[in-house]
Design a protein around this ligand. Sequence first.
Ligand code: GLN
Length: 467
Amino acid sequence: MWIRDEFEKNCDCLNERESDLHCFLSMQTEKARARMLRQEELLAQVGEAEARRRFPLLGMTLGVKDNLCVEGFPATCASKMLEHYVPVYTATAVDRALAAGAILMGKTNMDEFAMGSSTETSCFGPTRNPWDRERVPGGSSGGSAAAVAAGMARAALGTDSGGSVRQPAALCGVVGMKPTYGKISRCGLIAYASSFDEIGTLTRNVEDAARLLAVMEGYDGRDDSMCREAPTSDYRSALAGGAAGLRIGIPQGWLGEGLSEDVKRALLAAVERFRTAGAEIETTELPLTEYAVPVYHVLSFAEAGSNLGRYHGVLFGRRAEREALEEMYDATRARYLETEVKRRILLGTFVLAGGNYDVYYRQAERVRQSLRRNFDRAFRRYDLLLGPTTATTAWKLGEKLADPMAMYLSDSYTAAANLTGLPAVSVPCGSDSRGLPVGMQLIAPAYREDMLLRAAAAWERIRENDA
Ligand code: GLN
C-alpha cells in the first residue's frame, strides 16, 4: 500500500544519503515504522476516505527542527548547551500534527539556537545541500529543508524569525511557508527572538503546506499572549483558485542592487508566465524595506540577549561547575555557547544598555511600525507582493562563515515579513546556470494564507504545465 511504499522510499533515501548530508540530529525510524504499520492496518480496515477523515495527515513522514520540543526526545537547538536536554512536553504544533497522523522521523539539524543562514553554526556539524554537497542548504532550518529535498521525509517543520524557513526552502528547491505571526502556537518552540519566532513548513508541494497549516493553526491557551483564534478558511478551495485576476506588486527595491543576475532572470521569467496566466503584475514603491536587515538585527538581538539569559547552568542545560555562583554562570556560558550566539547576546545587551536604548532599540522599533504601515498601504492596491527569496543561490560551505555581515545580508528579502508578521511563502522558480534552485517569495496581508496558497498553487501548476 502507498503508506508503506512512501515510507520505504524515505528510508532508502535516509540510508543512502544521511551520513553524507547530515540532515538529522536524532532519528527514530523504528518507532516511525511501527506507527506506519498501524496506519496501514487502519487503512486496510476502514478504507482510504475514513482513515483520512480520522487522520488528515495519514502517512505523512515528518522531520521536526531541533528547537521544537517533543516529549522524551532530545531538543538540542544544535547547541552544546542543550546537548542532553530532554523536554517533558511536546510543542503544540507538533502535537497537533502527530495527532493528525504525521509520522515523526526525527529531529533536524539547524544553526545553533536558530541564529544563522547556512546551518554551519550547528555544534554538531553542518548539513550539506542535496543539490551539491559542497554547498550550504541555507538556514537556520537547513536540516529540515535538505531532508525534504533529498526525499528523507515528505515534510518538515522549521522556524522562521528572519527567514529561516523560506531561505533554506529557496536554496534547496522546496516550498517553505510561514503563516501570520500568532496563527501557530509558539508553545514548545525554544525562544530565540520572541516577537519574530514562528513555526513554518517545508514541503515538496503547496498542498502539503496547506494540509499542515490547517491542522496546526488555531488558538492555544499555552501561548495565550500571542496565539489568536484567527480567521481560518477552506484552504482546499483556495488551492484551486488560479492566477487570473490576482493583483500583484513587486517592490522596486527588491529587483535592484544586490540581486544576482541568475536569480533576477529566473524571477522575471516567472513573472511573465504569471502574467500570461492572467495575474496583473506591476512594480511598486515600498519604502523602508532597505532597512529591514539592520532593524531585524537590532530587535532580534535584543530579544535574543534576554531570552538566552536563562542558560546560566542552573535551570536548563549544561553547567560548568565552579565554587562561586557568578563564576559558574560565566564559565557555563563561555564553554557551552559558540561564537554567533555569544555575538548576538553581546550586541543585544549593547543595544539595550543606557542611552543606546533610544539610539538603537527605540529607533528600530519606530522603523518597524512605519514598515508595517507601508505594507498596509501596499495591500490596499495589491492582493500580494512578490520578490526574490534570496539574492543568490546556494553558496559554498565556509564562504560566508567568517564574514557575519555577508551572512546577515542573506536575510535581505525575508526579514520584512518577520518585522510585519505577514504570511509569506517561498516557491521554487527555476534554476541558475549551475542548475541550483531559485526561490520566489510571495507575501500576503495578515491572515490571508488562503490568498498566499492560492497564488503559490497557481504558480506550481504553471510550472508543472511548462515542464
Ligand atoms: N538568518 C536569520 C538570522 O541569522 C534568520 C534566523 C531565523 O529565522 N531563525 O538571524
